[in-house]
Each structure stands twice: as structure tokens, then as C-alpha cells.
Design a protein around this ligand. Structure first.
Ligand code: SF4
Ligand code: SF4
Length: 331
């Protein structure tokens, strides 16, 4: 833990962020996520955001032609035509349509290997925008909106409002609402995410970082109990819309940290909830403070796929296959 703490302090100082969630008894209580910060006057939360309702957000967006490298593309309407014709324009990949990718430029986790760490530099320079601006970005060719980041969690009130307004302005046509998240939000907000995704044919993608709480804390600076509880809560609603999976899990195979010892219990946890929940195992690429690690090896991936299937999962997918290193660290 001293090594982890030193790395985390370095990570946080580099980006001018508090090294741990602040707990000022007289501070502003933020209930948006697992950290439950109490932000002192003039301070910021663990996510780097000032106190407040988050009606405006540090956010940017772009149009991504479908099918795209979305983590759920192997099972979702945009990537496969699942749920056609109700939830997809085509019986296969939705060529000719676009995903509106909405990037929230803040995060309540501190992954030392963050693949999108640039938001930590860009985010504070953004002028916060109202949800109405995002609605204007939806075009007749937009068939899904994916709220990701960073993570949408610290700015969820904005994402939910933007989703509601977008659906309101685009009634009677396909517009799926999807989220990609670390899953550590407060339950009331999660419930609204589920309602919007269920009603629109969208998918909620949980990025599960690790099973062991200490490994999870070392990698992310956050506990994993809320994420796992929230995942189980969404899984209970999985059968409400069988044609398009409401819930998809992804796990990044960080060499030396997220190996078979982690995948086995995570996969068992998911399989016990419902073996039909799709799981994408993602290959790691070195970034941020963990840029001295190798890419995930093909052998590491193979071992983890086997472990997930042996745990009973029926839909295991390999993502970022092009990043796999064709060897084995153990050789
Ligand atoms: S959203 Fe940010 S300020 Fe609010 S509890 Fe989470 S980390 Fe703290
Ligand atoms: S945003 Fe949703 S529907 Fe669109 S490609 Fe991603 S998971 Fe599929």
C-alpha cells in the first residue's frame, strides 16, 4: 500500500487533484457517487469538480460512424442489428448511421493506467455546457447516444437530462440511450439510467476493474463494493428486454494485476446473476502512470477467456484483439 499511495499522490498532484476524497464536516455533501465527498468551501471533489448540482457539464462530443469499436458492439443493435426492427435500423450492423459519443471530462476513479487521461488536462479548461446544447447535436442519422468519459457518474444529472431531452425531441424514431461507466453512482440515478436505456433499446456497460478490493483500490483509488452492488441490481432487470442486452460487462486485462485470479471470481459473480450477461475481455495498452507495462499477451487473454467460460458465462468476447502481444510473459 505505501507504493500504491506514493503512485497515487504522484498521479493526483500531476493533475492538481485532491489525493483522497475530502471529508470536511462543514463541507458541501455530494451524494452522486461512492466517495460521498464533503467538499470544503472553494474546494473540489475527488472527481475534480466543484460542489453543485451539475446541471451544466464539462463535456465534448463527436459523431462516430456505426458499427464502431463500442465495448458492446458484439451484441448491441448498432453493431449487430439486435432487436431489429424495433431497436435497430438494419438486421445487421447499422451502416449509414452514427453513434453520438458524449465524453464527460471528469472521473471519480483514478485509474493509474487511464486510457483517456487527456480529459484531466482538457476538462478544467472547458466551459460547462447545458444539456440543451447536446440535444442540438443529434442528427437524423444518430441512432444511439453513448455517455462515457472519463466517466459520466460525476455529471450524471446532466447526462440524464440530455438523454431525456433528446428522446423528447426525437419521438417515434430509433434513438438508443447507452452508458459506459465504472458503475459507482448513487442508486437513484442508476434507476433512471436503467429506465432510459430500457425504454430506448440502449445498453448499460459496466467496466469492472477488479474483484479483489485491494487490487481494485490500488488500480483505481476507489472501493468496488458499490459497483458490484449496482451491477447486481441492473442484472435483476436483465430479462425485462431479452432481445437487446440491457447490461454488458467489460474487464481490462492489466498485466500482472487483472489475471485469472481476478477473472475467475468476477466471472462467477456475473454467471451467478445470469450466464447470458455478455462479457468483453479487453486487451490492455500501456498509458498514463502504467506506461511501463507490456500489452496483454495472447496467452493471458486465452487463460482468462477459458476461466470466464468455465465459470459458466455463455457470451464471452475478446475486445481490442489487435493489441494482443503474441507471446506469454511467463515464458
Ligand atoms: S461525484 Fe465527485 S464530488 Fe461527488 S461524491 Fe463523487 S467524487 Fe465526490
Ligand atoms: S452506443 Fe449503444 S447501440 Fe450504439 S454502438 Fe454503443 S452499445 Fe451499441
Amino acid at each position: 500500500m505505501p507504493v500504491v499511495e506514493k503512485a497515487r499522490r504522484r498521479s493526483r498532484q500531476t493533475f492538481g487533484l485532491p489525493s483522497e476524497p475530502l471529508r470536511d464536516p462543514l463541507g458541501y455533501p455530494c451524494k452522486l457517487c461512492v466517495h460521498a465527498c464533503r467538499i470544503p468551501q472553494g474546494g473540489v471533489g475527488f472527481c475534480g469538480l466543484p460542489p453543485g448540482g451539475r446541471e451544466k457539464a464539462r463535456v465534448s462530443w463527436y459523431h462516430d460512424p456505426l458499427p464502431t469499436n463500442c465495448v458492446a458492439d458484439f451484441v448491441c443493435p448498432g453493431g449487430t442489428g439486435a432487436g431489429f426492427p424495433r431497436w435497430a435500423h438494419r438486421a445487421g450492423p447499422e451502416h449509414g448511421y452514427q453513434n453520438l459519443a458524449v465524453f464527460y471530462e471528469a472521473c471519480n476513479f483514478d485509474c493509474l493506467y487511464c486510457q483517456n487521461w487527456h480529459y484531466r488536462v482538457d476538462g478544467p479548461q472547458r466551459t460547462p455546457l447545458p444539456p440543451e446544447d447536446l440535444v442540438e447535436a443529434v442528427t437524423p442519422r444518430t441512432s444511439c447516444i453513448c455517455f462515457f468519459g472519463g466517466d459520466p457518474t460525476p455529471q450524471l444529472p446532466h447526462a440524464l437530462r440530455a438523454a431525456e431531452l433528446s428522446l423528447e425531441a426525437n419521438k417515434q424514431r430509433i434513438l438508443r440511450i447507452c452508458f459506459e461507466t465504472n458503475g459507482s453512482m448513487n442508486r437513484r440515478l442508476l434507476a433512471r439510467m436503467v429506465e432510459l436505456s430500457l425504454a430506448s433499446g440502449g445498453v448499460i456497460k459496466f467496466d469492472l476493474k477488479a474483484w479483489n478490493p485491494q487490487v481494485h483500490f490500488a488500480l483505481t483509488g476507489a472501493p468496488n463494493d458499490r459497483t458490484l452492488e449496482n451491477f447486481a441490481w441492473v442484472a435483476e432487470r436483465f430479462t425485462l428486454r431479452p432481445e437487446v442486452p440491457l447490461l454488458v460487462a467489460s474487464i481490462l486485462l492489466v498485466p500482472g494485476y487483472v489475471d485469472v485470479e481476478e477473472i475467475r471470481p468476477l466471472a462467477q459473480f456475473i454467471a451467478n446473476l445470469n450466464p447470458q450477461i455478455p462479457l468483453s475481455l479487453l486487451a490492455f495498452h500501456p498509458h498514463c502512470l502504467m506506461d511501463d507495462l507490456p500489452c496483454t499477451s495472447a496467452a493471458h487473454m486465452e487463460r482468462c477467456v477459458r476461466a470466464a467460460e468455465e465459470a459458466g458465462l455463455l457470451r464471452v468476447h475478446v475486445g481490442n484483439r489487435h493489441l494482443l502481444w503474441p507471446g506469454d510473459y511467463e515464458e
